[in-house]
Design a protein around this ligand. Structure first.
Ligand code: GDP
Ligand code: ZN
Length: 328
């Protein structure tokens, strides 16, 4: 008689899923029932022909995501079969559609059950682009996930410019941690903030994500990305998407996903008219402009958000990021 167990998917390897259950790790396949039931397209709801889907495309959608809580049955050889994916608390999704079928957007869940998004920026090398940070923050807001901003490589900068940036984001209400994998500053604080939670680190290659994880848990021994001497940019390394178990003792409970291809972590689900709502410090002004909800917060007279910029309640940089995101 098979008993059903519950566990968390930490890794996917073509056709196989590595499930952590308590202190055990079981390699699972998925049941054909699950494959059939869950491989469905999420069509554009406005589409009049949502049923037009290519079978191949359906096959490309994986019903199980890293982070999923699953039920599985174990076989005698200590492998298992996933029979059910439990309801997801949150999802980081990627739209999978190209060509003539682009209107029928397939949604691939990349990571599920996230607790927080951790945008990582280097204070230098590479030079930070804060508008990209705002883009990540807006994406996280749209998913209703808290963000934890990490600015690292603090050992490379002497001036107080970074402190001012950190202060600006803290005033909005974001937690900001300043770190250096070299000096060790902020590492304990970051480790504490990641403990027991499922976090996704977002940030360009080369900003220092892997080095931070290694600094927090030296036992991980993750391979650090060399920064190209020529371009100053991180060299692209491909890796399978996986969640690194991240509790103090290496046991269950929490993990960190270091996402390749984070460009996909986009805004496609945020309508232009809602972007200002994704900036917490602008939220209360939305709807109070002279043109009400029709205001684009750009050149319109009587814009409450522009007035807030003038009076110093909203920073000029964040305001510009908002306009930029509205423009696409
Ligand atoms: P990732 O691509 O975001 O995972 O970045 P890595 O952790 O692989 O680091 C990219 C490069 O930055 C490597 O050459 C690291 O040695 C370097 N690096 C990472 N963290 C720090 C830091 O805190 N200070 C300095 N000076 N260099 C760092
Ligand atoms: Zn306005």
């Amino acid at each position: 008689m098979h008993t059903t167990n519950q566990g968390t998917v930490y890794k996917k390897i073509i056709g196989h899923y590595v499930v952590h259950a308590g202190d055990r790790v079981i390699t699972c396949e998925i049941s054909s029932r699950l494959r059939k039931d869950l491989r469905y397209p999420t069509a554009d709801p406005t589409s009049i022909r949502p049923h037009v889907v290519r079978v191949q495309k359906i096959q490309a959608i994986d019903p199980v995501a890293v982070g999923d809580e699953v039920r599985f049955v174990e076989s005698a050889d200590s492998n298992g079969m996933i029979v059910e994916v439990l309801p997801r608390r949150s999802m980081l999704v990627r739209r999978e559609a190209t060509g003539p079928f682009a209107r029928h957007a397939f949604v691939q869940v990349v990571v599920s059950n996230l607790d927080q998004v951790v945008p990582v920026f280097a204070a230098a090398q590479p030079t930070p682009k804060w508008s990209l940070l705002d883009r990540y923050l807006v994406s996280a807001e749209s998913l209703d996930l808290p963000s934890l901003i990490c600015i690292t490589k603090l050992d490379l900068v002497a001036d107080s410019g970074i402190a001012a940036i950190a202060e600006m984001y803290r005033r909005i209400g974001y937690q900001v941690i300043l770190t250096s994998a070299v000096s060790g500053d902020g590492i304990a604080e970051l480790g504490e903030a990641l403990r027991g939670k499922v976090s996704v680190l977002v940030g360009k290659s080369g900003v220092g994500k892997t080095s931070l994880l290694n600094a927090i848990h030296p036992g991980l021994g993750l391979r650090v990305n060399a920064v190209s001497a020529l371009t100053g940019k991180g060299m692209h390394t491909t890796s399978n998407l996986e969640m690194i178990p991240f509790s103090e003792d290496g046991g269950p409970g929490g993990g960190v996903v270091d996402t390749p291809g984070i460009r996909e972590f986009g805004l496609w689900q945020v309508a232009d008219s809602e972007i200002a709502l994704m900036f917490p410090e602008m939220r209360s002004y939305v709807g109070t402009c002279r043109f009400g909800l029709d205001c684009r917060h750009d050149k319109e007279p009587g814009c409450a958000i522009r007035q807030a910029v003038a009076s110093g309640n909203v920073s000029q940089e964040r305001y510009e990021s908002m306009l930029k995101l509205r423009a696409g």
